[in-house]
Design a protein around this ligand. Structure first.
Ligand SMILES: Nc1ncnc2c1ncn2[C@@H]1O[C@H](COP(=O)(O)OP(=O)(O)OP(=O)(O)O)[C@@H](O)[C@H]1O
Length: 257
């Protein structure tokens, strides 16, 4: 049996009268590449915020390699091995790309000096295909470049678990192929990945396991092959997405007519 990396037991989170996460049980094994999907408002971002300590559960427990995370502030959780990227990319825009990554290596990656942090940062930039822009200020990068920088900063924290929140949104098909290759390469290094994503092609292509949230509850936890045939997922998520696409197609036709 493979090892449990992150374990959530009976986790709930309320905001006033809204139950954003509702009695969730989840066991993430080391080495998995997992897709987290669900309709808008399903609780995906709340779940990531709970895993990183930005939010605390109303009830339940969260353990990383058996260690209780609920006692730790977010920066200690990051150092314990959970790193995340943000839906809205937030580099330090006036700092160089290299120093953005070096700062992460200093903060959580175990680097003991700025020189060694920069050395580690160079490796991460090379791995993420950013070595050519290392000296540029981060604010000058394209969206695809900023997304890669987010990944390099995440890697500099030497995570056991990397939470990728919509890291591919807004990329063109070419950039998307590059992003898929990079995510696979990160997983091949042994980093466990949880990917929150609306791009189904990407999720189905790269993930071995897909978990589906709906109204704060886990409605499926299965393989990509199975999830597309799951009646509850079709009704809660795929159905809604196809209906939206059909509506868009319909309105385009009407406009064109
Ligand atoms: N800080 C908050 N205060 C009040 N309600 C909140 C807060 N954060 C989230 N919610 C509510 O919790 C539910 C889950 O929201 P969440 O943002 O986690 O969903 P999501 O799956 O990430 O959605 P999306 O795909 O649109 O980003 C929603 O009903 C949302 O309105």
């Amino acid at each position: 049996m493979s090892t449990s990396l992150l374990e959530l037991k009976n986790v709930s989170r309320n905001f006033g009268g809204v139950t954003a996460i509702d009695g969730l049980n989840l066991d993430i094994k080391a080495g998995q590449l997992i897709g987290l999907i669900g309709p808008n408002g399903a609780g995906k971002t709340t779940l990531i915020n709970l895993m990183t300590g930005v939010l605390r559960p109303t009830t339940g427990s969260i353990r990383l390699e058996g260690k209780d995370l609920l006692r730790l502030p977010p920066h200690r959780i990051a150092r314990a091995g959970i790193a995340r990227t943000y839906q809205i990319v937030q580099p330090f825009p006036h700092m160089s790309v290299l120093d953005n990554v070096a700062a992460a290596a200093l903060f959580g990656g175990g680097a003991s000096s700025f020189a060694s942090a920069r050395e580690a940062a160079r490796e991460h930039l090379q791995f993420c295909g950013l070595e050519a822009v290392a000296a540029q200020s981060a604010g000058t990068l394209s969206l695809a470049g900023r997304k890669r920088l987010e990944l390099a900063r995440g890697l500099a924290l030497k995570p056991k678990l990397l939470l990728l929140d919509e890291v591919n949104a807004g990329l063109n098909p070419n950039e998307l192929d590059g992003a898929i290759a990079l995510i696979r390469a990160i997983a091949a290094r042994g980093v466990t990945i949880l990917l929150t994503e609306h791009l189904m092609r990407l999720v189905l292509q790269v993930c071995q396991r897909i978990i589906v949230l709906h109204q704060g509850k886990l409605i499926a936890d299965t393989t990509p092959g199975e999830v597309v045939r799951d009646a509850a997922v079709i009704s809660a998520y795929f159905g809604e997405r196809y209906a939206m696409k059909a509506n868009h197609a319909g309105s385009t036709t009407t406009e064109g007519a």
